[in-house]
Design a protein around this ligand. Structure first.
Ligand code: FE2
Ligand code: FE2
Length: 179
């Protein structure tokens, strides 16, 4: 058993949750004031695209889940098929949000209302997804993965970080902590 790779992903969930909680407060700002901090929201979309998706979801999709499949977990259906589908849905929501921020900055009518709806969907989606992984998939991985496999996971995580760039990862972590 190796907890370090899974502990890393659990910590990533905590940072993603910080951003999700902030998105929830921003959605309330849309409702009460009819305005938002668009610049900071754009920063949050970068966090979701790069840190949550290119880093965290790729750690799961391309490295962690394939190991679970190798160890006998079915690649389709629950939980892995559903979680991979969830990553694709999240990607689509973030792309929608980016378009809505453009519209907000161009002062299009109803832009804030549309952002509010997308934020509500995103918050619900991410919380449910993270809950599924924290409550079920990570504990399952913890039981199944040997120490050697865990070390290999951690090494592959490092390789992925090198591709993304460590400075980028650290900058986005700092962004999440600043919220
Ligand atoms: Fe995931
Ligand atoms: Fe995750």
């Amino acid at each position: 058993m190796n907890v370090s790779a899974i502990a890393q992903m659990t910590e990533e969930h905590q940072l993603i949750t910080r951003v999700v909680n902030w998105l929830e407060s921003l959605s309330a700002s849309c409702e009460h004031h009819g305005s938002i901090d668009a610049r900071k929201l754009r920063g949050a979309t970068e966090f979701l695209r790069v840190y949550a998706d290119q880093r965290h979801h790729q750690r799961e999709e391309a490295i962690f889940f394939p190991l679970l499949v190798k160890l006998g977990v079915p690649p389709q259906g629950c939980p892995i098929g559903g979680l991979n589908h969830g990553h694709a849905q999240g990607r689509e929501m973030v792309a929608t949000l980016v378009g809505q921020i453009d519209a907000y900055e161009q002062k299009q009518a109803d832009a804030c209302e549309k952002i509010k709806k997308t934020l509500e969907d995103l918050v619900k989606h991410y919380r449910h997804h993270i809950w599924m992984e924290d409550a079920m998939v990570f504990p399952m991985g913890d039981r199944m993965i040997s120490s050697a496999d865990g070390q290999e996971l951690a090494a592959k995580f490092d390789e992925l970080d090198q591709q993304i760039g460590r400075e980028t990862v650290e900058r986005l972590e700092q962004f999440a902590r600043s919220l």
